[in-house]
Design a protein around this ligand. Structure first.
Ligand SMILES: Nc1ncnc2c1ncn2[C@@H]1O[C@H](COP(=O)(O)OP(=O)(O)OP(=O)(O)O)[C@@H](O)[C@H]1O
Ligand SMILES: [Mg+2]
Length: 260
């Protein structure tokens, strides 16, 4: 089995060397936890080894993505159009060949396939950041849309990362659809502890892989990207949500299932 480095070598070790080629992996987590930076690292790592890539951005502009990558010394500009296509799905006025004016799954898939045809028939890395944008107004469709993406894109020799938001109140609606369909789930978390923001990552699922099962604290370091600080073998309270918050979520979910 061919495994693709994420560009974060300590992280690769947790998944037997990397993400299996052809996999569809979900990166889920709250805002600001590192999903986009992880995705950029994955794309950049492929590019420096000659692997083409497509990056679909729905929440930030193409320029913002390029600028963000630069802060970690990942120069994406030099690959654009040759090996890298960034599909801007922000649906702004400015239109070019690689902009989307509507964010519908079919239109997105069509654009991705066009980009793939331009990049050649070999394997390519694909990021959809974020896939949640496709079902923001119809969370019940999350699973169906995720399945559609996986099924159609599967024929095009992609290894795929999709990011998905994990808002506390809507965790079930957004998390579930993608997570069931995905071959792997990398879960990012954040917690304020001792007056400071801490970020964590755990591999919740990686098919065909004897993956690590611990929570790791991570940091985002200028010039480097995501860095693993250490394994958490402490109490769950160190990264879990406070009980009061958990109780509220349970209560909200109960109300929701009452309605359905
Ligand atoms: N140059 C930098 N140096 C250090 N940290 C940075 C730098 N740029 C961004 N960060 C950190 O990375 C965070 C953003 O991470 P990222 O964009 O990957 O989050 P995300 O999980 O994709 O969030 P969202 O769901 O909102 O898109 C910022 O909030 C900041 O803490
Ligand atoms: Mg992001």
């Amino acid at each position: 089995m061919i495994r693709l480095s994420t560009g974060i070598h300590d992280f690769d070790k947790l998944i037997e060397g990397g993400i299996p080629q052809g996999f569809f992996v979900a990166l889920t987590g709250e805002p600001g936890t590192g999903k986009t930076i992880f995705s950029l690292s994955f794309i950049h790592e492929g590019l420096v080894h000659g692997e083409p890539a497509i990056y679909v951005t729905t929440e930030e502009s193409r320029d913002s993505i390029i600028r963000q990558a630069k802060m970690f010394n990942w120069d994406l500009e030099e690959y654009i159009e040759k090996k890298l296509i960034i599909i801007d799905a922000l649906m702004k006025e400015r239109e070019d060949e690689w902009s989307l004016t509507e964010l519908e799954p079919e239109a997105l898939v069509q654009k991705v396939i066009e980009a793939k045809q331009k990049l050649g028939s070999g394997w390519a890395r694909l990021v959809i950041d974020s896939v949640s944008a496709l079902f923001l107004d119809k969370p019940a469709m999350a699973r169906k849309i995720s399945y559609y993406l996986k099924r159609v894109l599967n024929k095009w020799r992609f290894t795929i990362l999709v990011t998905s938001q994990y808002a506390i109140t809507t965790s079930q609606a957004f998390g579930f659809g993608v997570e069931h369909v995905a071959d792997g789930i990398i879960r990012f978390r954040r917690v304020i502890r001792d007056g400071m923001l801490h970020r964590y990552v755990i591999i919740e699922k990686m098919r065909q892989t004897n993956h690590d099962k611990y929570v790791w604290e991570i940091d985002i370091v200028p010039g480097k990207g995501i860095v693993l600080l250490g394994r958490l073998n402490e109490r769950r309270e160190d990264y879990a949500l406070p009980k009061k918050v958990m109780d509220k979520i349970k209560e909200a979910n109960k109300d929701e299932s009452d309605i359905q």
